[in-house]
Ligand binder design. Structure first.
Ligand SMILES: C[S@@+](CC[C@H](N)C(=O)[O-])C[C@H]1O[C@@H](n2cnc3c(N)ncnc32)[C@H](O)[C@@H]1O
Length: 252
């Protein structure tokens, strides 16, 4: 797989989710929203990364399988979850109706063809099977992010090269409906995590997919972004990472 996102996740795999347990916190919230598993309930976690969802699901009692497009992510996760393998979300190496549940935490909106992946999730799910996926945002009224990142991203996106990472909007509800999923639900999830110091916010950004944005900026702009992010946080009474996600569930 030579996708630009895969290259970024190969690059950050070793440090992913190590600065602050951001993804594992959302993974735990996602799994807590699933129904309790019966014995032998099979769950496939797609784009598993370092196991934010997959490991929480196994702890809850699901029989967990996982795939990720990044060989480096799979290599790291395989030490904890031997059933993980390299595979593309849109070409899963499993038979029709293999799983009771498919999960995808912060994955589908990154894909070049999200609908192709959703059709593939449907193929490997049993009839009536459950899909649960998360996408970032939106922040609800009164839940302030606690940092200036959003303004800085908006400002600095004008310095990205024309072939740089595009901020493509993904309408999960529409995509689920158009691929034949039914009983769609949407739930709001949020996490608030204290960071060790202002620099930790920068380190957090450098250890997940946002790294792609920074790598596309030239060196001086990247350093300017870092300095302004850190300077703003240094003036705040607390250094806190506040983010929200939407959890969509649907049935085949
Ligand atoms: C933001 S991370 C989320 C990881 C994990 N689900 C979590 O919640 O922390 C996105 C993951 O999707 C994987 N990914 C990206 N494109 C993919 C594709 N086409 N097929 C399979 N995995 C893919 C990346 O390698 C990365 O591990």
């Amino acid at each position: 797989m030579t996708d630009a996102w895969i290259a970024v996740f190969d690059q950050v795999a070793e440090s992913y989710d190590t600065v602050v347990p951001f993804f594992s916190s959302f993974g735990q919230l996602t799994v807590a929203a699933l129904p309790p598993p019966a014995k032998g309930t099979r769950l496939l976690d797609v784009g598993a990364g370092t196991g934010a969802v997959a490991l929480a699901a196994r702890l809850r009692g699901y029989e967990v399988f996982a795939v990720d497009g990044s060989a480096a992510m799979v290599s790291r996760l395989s030490a904890l979850l031997p059933t993980v393998q390299v595979a593309d979300a849109a070409a899963l190496p499993f038979d029709v109706a293999t799983f009771d549940v498919v999960t995808a935490g912060f994955v589908v909106h990154l894909l070049s063809d999200p609908r192709a992946a959703l059709r593939e999730f449907k193929r490997v799910l049993v009839p009536g099977g459950l899909l649960a996926l998360t996408v970032t945002g939106p922040l609800p009224e009164g839940f302030e992010p606690g940092d200036r990142s959003n303004e800085l991203f908006a400002e600095f996106s004008r310095y990205l090269p024309a072939d740089g990472p595009a901020n493509t909007a993904f309408d999960a509800r529409a995509a689920l409906a158009s691929t034949g999923f039914r009983n769609v639900t949407q739930e709001h999830l949020e996490v608030e995590l204290e960071l060790a110091d202002p620099e930790a916010m920068w380190r957090w950004y450098a250890t997940h997919g946002t790294r792609r944005f920074f790598d596309a900026l030239d060196k001086e702009r990247r350093e300017e972004f870092r300095q302004r992010l850190v300077a703003d946080l240094a003036h705040r009474p607390e250094v806190v990472l506040r983010r929200a996600a939407s959890l969509f569930t649907a049935r085949t």
